[in-house]
Design a binder for this molecule. Sequence first.
Ligand code: ADP
Length: 190
Amino acid sequence: MLNIVLFGPPGAGKGTQSEKIIEKYQLTHLSTGDLFRKHLGEGTELGKLARKYMDEGRLVPDEVVIGMVDDKIANTPNTNGFIFDGFPRTVAQAEALDKLMQKNNSGISVMIALEVEEEVLKQRIRERGKTSGRADDQDEEKIATRIGVYLDETLPVAGYYEKQGKLSKVNGVGTIEGIFQDICNVIDRY
Ligand code: ADP
């Protein structure tokens, strides 16, 4: 199995690149942001719980996220592998993911970290906000909160994978195709 963690700040292009990666490598996309938005849309209990955190640009509690991911993995038999997008976002989530993978006799192959500077991120998120309908994309304070949470809580996750020799950095500024090519060059080593 090829299991990839696609990592980067909000607005780095994880969703866009994920779509291209799953098509080429036939992987299962597991985006915790997308899963939460689906729950929100369906009005489930999980969706109601997650909403208040998401609306404020804060992280949903680890145990809630981990339970949801466990569920999704358990309900996806016979896959070539997963691309984790927007997860893990804390070191506790990364540890939990390792355990979940072990339980399935598998492991994380590589973390690909998209690097984009803060001003470019903010600009991209504002642009996306014009069409995405996402409340968290349309408010300067929420955008700033999400980038702050990323720097404080999520960036250490890169260190977690670096210690395991699994971190590969890719420049997230350029054309969609050019960035995709750089990502493929990393994946093809595994
Ligand atoms: P972004 O564009 O900020 O990367 P996502 O679509 O990945 O957005 O996530 C939107 C929101 O969903 C986050 O701001 C957070 O509230 C919640 N969320 C998504 N994934 C996680 C996670 N792994 N842990 C905690 N909260 C999460």
